[in-house]
Write a protein that binds this ligand. Structure first.
Ligand SMILES: *[C@@H]1O[C@H](CO)[C@@H](O)[C@H](O)[C@H]1NC(C)=O
Ligand SMILES: *[C@@H]1O[C@H](CO)[C@@H](O)[C@H](O)[C@H]1NC(C)=O
Ligand SMILES: *[C@@H]1O[C@H](CO)[C@@H](O)[C@H](O)[C@H]1NC(C)=O
Length: 304
């Protein structure tokens, strides 16, 4: 009899231990990734009544992110870093939803969070690992002289940059500069010096993080144009364009002078209708210009 009572006692003790173990158990961490400056939800749920919820950022030395008890938010002890950026789904707390909504996510928010739950049935802790990503928006690539520069801004985590060419070749210099910004994001840039033997290549720059990857390509100068790509040849092209444009204007003026002389002989009405068809039939800027010169000439004719 005595023995069975002891056995019952032991059984009860074991039951209690198991119970305690079950009810204050610690679950495995949940991984959550959020986008820089967007909203983010850290999931947490529970069963039971009269809930006390504490959201704690563990990785920064247990700072209070958000608390809820006595049926309302309790923000007196909230760390100011989270001020105005946290909320619970208040209409769903009674149904066991203790998830935290965090807005305007910053890089500093990254880290480990604890959701501490206490109800009349016991306590529960669960952990969230929050990761932040500021994705690569745009990769800029440009050439000045014989230096090609590739850059991108506002990236997190630290990006990587690689150069490649088409057709493949070994590329000479590849210094990569990564600069942290005030928001703890990264600016990245790299410059490449193109030797004269390497001008016949397409240069590509790829920037990547764990979340995304973007590539920009600088295509080799079109062989149909004159070959060596340098600011000088661009200037030359611009000058040539100017000369050709000038010739057009001179030609147009000559045509105008002749037509004006001819037009002086005819009646004004006929002239304006002829002018009208001329404007409609073509669309290049040179003829438009010519037309407006003609109009100018005409209006001065009208006064004389
Ligand atoms: C809590 O409520 C939000 C908003 O309705 C929902 O998106 C989320 O999935 C819920 N989380 C849990 C753990 O029930
Ligand atoms: C390419 O790299 C190889 C070995 O790394 C080197 O021997 C060769 O000279 C390089 N070629 C050019 C065009 O730089
Ligand atoms: C990073 O890039 C941004 C956008 O171009 C610029 O405003 C900022 O000054 C840069 N920061 C650093 C540290 O280079």
């Amino acid at each position: 009899m005595k023995r069975s009572r002891i056995m019952a006692g032991i059984k009860g003790l074991v039951f209690l231990v198991v119970l305690t173990f079950q009810w204050t158990h610690v679950t495995g961490d949940t991984e959550v990734s959020c986008i820089f400056m967007e909203s983010c939800m850290l999931p947490c749920s529970y069963g039971g009544r009269d809930v006390v919820i504490h959201w704690i950022q563990v990785s920064t030395g247990d700072i209070t992110v958000h608390s809820f008890y006595h049926n309302q938010d309790q923000l007196e002890r909230q760390n100011q870093h989270f001020r105005g950026r946290t909320s619970l789904f208040n209409d769903q707390i009674s149904t066991g939803n203790a998830s935290l909504q965090l807005t305007k996510v910053e890089v500093q928010d990254e880290g480990k969070y604890k959701c501490y739950i206490s109800t009349i049935d016991g306590n529960k802790e669960s952990f969230i690992n929050l990761k932040i990503d500021a994705q690569i928006q745009k990769v800029n690539i440009q050439q000045v002289g014989n230096i090609i520069t590739c850059s991108s801004e506002g990236i997190y985590p630290k990006p990587e940059l690689t150069w490649s060419t088409s057709p493949p070749s070994n590329i000479t210099s590849k210094d990569i500069t990564v600069q942290p910004t005030e928001q703890l994001l990264y600016n990245i840039s790299s410059s490449l010096i193109v030797s004269d033997s390497e001008t016949d290549l397409d240069y590509s720059c790829t920037i990547s993080t764990r979340r995304n990857r973007k590539k920009a390509t600088l295509f080799k100068p079109d062989p149909a144009n004159d070959s060596p790509q340098s600011p000088n040849s661009n200037q030359l092209r611009a000058t040539r364009g100017g000369i050709i444009g000038g010739l057009f204007v001179i030609a147009a003026l000559a045509v105008l002078a002749v037509s004006a002389a001819v037009l002086c002989w005819s009646k004004k009405k006929d002239v304006s209708s002829a002018l009208h068809t001329n404007q409609e039939s073509t669309n290049t800027s040179d003829t438009k210009q010519a037309a407006s010169f003609e109009q100018l000439l005409l209006s001065s004719n009208n006064y004389s």
